[in-house]
Design a protein around this ligand. Structure first.
Ligand code: HEM
Length: 500
């Protein structure tokens, strides 16, 4: 996924470092690498269905603005390839695994992912999401205030994935911590986190080859397409990269919609707006991915009035497509958009997200749990003071501070305070609402207590390999030697210093 540097919002009215600078390069291309706002409506009015861009100095590309252009490039595999390898020298964005292949090779890499996700199914997924939600919300419940991104929407998918991968919770906390670091503004910290993610998935594949299980990774590895270790690591890293951040911000953006619009809140809780329709509404109006890289033209073509040369990268402007007047007749109204599934937030065509049902279920459950557990939840700041992630690609909040009815109970064993970057100043802090009674406090505090006791990250003893049962003495020496080699996942956990 292309990570830009400039903050933008739904209709591109955000401010940011790039504000005030000319957005165009000398040859008239929109210089995406300079950051700054992307005013979608004006871009469409000025350029039509697509605009020439500069991805980096001297690296040309195209940003698709129209709904029709985005859909066509998503679906067409003759003129538009997802495979970046022939064009690497152009400095174009990287894609890997199934995402970076076409045709039969794409199908070979995609099928194990699709089938492993299908094997999880919602019956298995929902209780896993609920457990993670209870754990995270229980930790916040005593205070009556929380940042629903840092304390909930970001760690939740990490804990869910980790459990579906068949690993104990301490690895889920590790993964959540790595994820938080990978979004760091410090490039070194982010790069180190990237290496650790890779280490996590390498260790996971190695362990699951050794100890296969009936979990998502077990299904992936057992698939008849017989992925190599390297391909399995690639598949899982890609699944994580595409899934985690988007899910976090879909949860965050959805919770914000509920919190800032009482009509939406009432319609959702009252059942007039079904969870399906609500999620589609968020996808239309506040999709977590607003720009996505992309495709490469396989030949010189004329496309929507522009001359695109062979090998030039194309970026999908999903946020622009969703506000294209040719499809956005319902405007921003939740009820008018209800039932309209034709947004492009999950992609389209051969690479369409294989995890739509999975993500919908995870997000729906996460929202319901937060609404149910954090009684009297309201925004703790004015909506205008919420900060968006400084990314061209991802559309999500830095934080989502809320107040709710505190349980008031402290547990005996407190986790050390988490360091979450520099102190935040929320300019127009809202007044805390009056407590809404004690009837919800007992269950929350009980769960909070139970979960809190588990929050200290234990550094385990290195995992020992088991000697084969009944093997004679002649096998013992080599195995005894291997016992000293710690499992790579345990090594990662043992050497990891949690934040704070
Ligand atoms: C809100 C959450 C999500 C959104 C908005 C989203 C969106 C997308 C989009 C737009 C694509 C198509 C990319 C393209 O055509 O170039 C895609 C592909 C993909 N997504 Fe998702 N996704 C989400 C969650 C997930 C999750 C949770 C997983 C894994 C469990 C996942 C796994 C994948 C994979 C493996 C692909 C590549 C499919 C292929 O190339 O055949 N996604 N996703």
């Amino acid at each position: 996924m292309y990570q830009g540097t400039g903050p933008t919002d739904h209709e591109g009215t955000a401010s940011g470092d790039g504000a005030g600078r000319c957005p165009y390069s000398e040859d008239g291309a929109l210089a995406l690498h300079r950051g700054g706002e992307l005013p979608w409506r004006q871009l469409r009015e000025r350029h039509g269905g697509l605009v020439p861009v500069e991805l980096g100095p001297g690296v040309p590309g195209w940003l698709l603005l129209g709904y029709k252009e985005n859909l066509q490039a998503l679906r067409d595999q003759t003129y538009f390839s997802a495979d970046p390898r022939p064009w690497r020298s152009t400095g174009s964005p990287a894609r890997s695994g199934a995402l970076g292949h076409d045709g039969a090779e794409h199908q070979r890499l995609r099928a194990p992912i699709v089938e492993a996700l299908a094997a999880v199914g919602t019956a298995q997924l929902v209780p896993v999401v609920e457990r993670a939600a209870v754990h995270l919300l229980g930790r916040a419940a005593a205070d009556g205030s929380a940042d629903l991104i840092g304390q909930y929407a970001a760690p939740l998918p990490a804990m869910v994935f980790n459990e579906l991968f068949g690993l104990p919770d301490e690895y889920g906390r590790l993964l959540a911590d790595i994820a938080e670091r990978s979004w760091s503004a410090d490039p070194r910290e982010a790069a180190d986190a990237g290496d650790s993610v890779r280490g996590y998935f390498r260790g996971l594949v190695e362990r699951k080859r050794r100890e296969p299980g009936e979990d998502l990774v077990g299904h992936l590895l057992a698939h008849p397409n017989a992925l190599t270790d390297e391909e399995a690591v690639e598949a899982l890293s890609m699944l994580w990269a595409t899934g985690h951040e988007a899910t976090t911000h879909l949860i965050g953006n959805a919770l914000l919609k509920l919190l800032e619009d009482p009509n939406v809140w009432t319609a959702y809780l009252g059942g007039t707006l079904t969870p399906e329709d609500f999620i589609d509404y968020v996808m239309w109006t506040d999709s977590p991915i607003q720009v996505l890289a992309g495709r490469y033209s396989t030949m010189d073509i004329r496309f929507s009035g522009a001359h695109i040369r062979k090998g030039e990268p194309l970026l999908f402007g999903l946020a622009s497509a969703h506000t294209d007047p040719s499809v956005s007749r319902g405007g921003d109204d939740a009820m008018a958009l209800a039932g309209n599934r034709s947004h492009l937030a999950w992609g389209a065509g051969a690479h369409r997200c294989p995890a739509t049902a999975f993500s919908r279920e995870m997000v729906r459950t996460a929202i319901d749990m937060a609404v149910d557990r954090l009684r009297g939840m309201v925004l703790a700041v004015e909506p205008a003071d919420l900060r968006r992630r400084p990314s061209l690609s991802v559309h999500g909040l830095e934080e989502l501070p809320v107040w709710f009815t505190a349980t008031g109970e402290r547990t005996e064993r407190q986790e050390p305070p988490q360091e979450r970057g520099p102190m935040r100043t929320w300019i127009r802090r809202r007044r805390r609402p009056v407590a809404q009674g004690a009837r919800y406090q007992a269950p929350l505090s009980r769960e909070g207590g139970r979960e809190e006791a588990e929050t200290v990250v234990a550094v385990p003893e290195p995992k020992r390999r088991r000697a084969p049962q009944g093997a004679g003495a002649r096998y013992q020496a080599p195995f005894a030697k291997q016992e000293d080699v710690p499992d790579p996942l345990d090594r990662l956990l043992a050497t990891w210093t949690p934040r704070g």
